[in-house]
Design a protein around this ligand. Structure first.
Ligand code: HEC
Length: 126
């Protein structure tokens, strides 16, 4: 038991120090997204106020329920549709995969970042 106790103290100390340094890290939006200009709202990203307008402007001509025939039957009409397709969606709009979306060109950096933020914050229905 004495032996164990002596081993555990340096481990606990080490882990404590590790947590101390880890806690110094914090997310700074300007540091994380240096390409954005100040008019891009990255603090109030919501599904209804941010994501739906992007979808309406750039995606619903092919991915609404009514138009999905033009979008290989990929539906992005409801939040559940969007959540279900989120992994493919982010690859598509970042245009790093084989199916770049929208097909006619890239969304602006602000919209792509807002999508990324919404997905990373757990795709809230807000
Ligand atoms: C002009 C029509 C059109 C528009 C506009 C469009 N898409 Fe698509 N989308 C397609 C087609 C066609 C496919 C099927 C592509 C394929 O299978 O090669 C597709 C496929 C997809 C997929 C599935 C990708 C995969 O890996 O299977 C996603 C996700 C997607 N689109 C998202 C979007 C988003 C988000 C937007 C708006 C930013 C958008 N699309 C705009 C036509 C469109």
């Amino acid at each position: 038991m004495i032996y164990l106790k002596h081993n555990i103290v340096p481990i606990v100390t080490f882990v404590t120090i590790l947590f101390f340094f880890a806690s110094c890290y914090y997310d700074n939006e300007e540091a994380l997204y240096p390409m954005l200009n100040s008019s891009c709202d990255t603090t109030n990203v919501t599904f209804s106020g941010t994501i739906v307008p992007i979808l309406t402007n750039s995606c619903y001509s092919c991915h609404s329920d009514a138009n999905a025939a033009f979008g290989a039957n990929v539906h992005l009409q409801t939040i559940t549709d969007v959540q279900t397709n989120s992994a493919k969606l982010i690859v598509s709009i970042q245009q790093t995969g084989t199916k770049p979306m929208p097909p006619g060109g890239k969304l602006n950096t602000c919209s792509i970042t807002q999508f990324d933020i919404w997905i990373k914050t757990g795709m809230p229905n807000n």
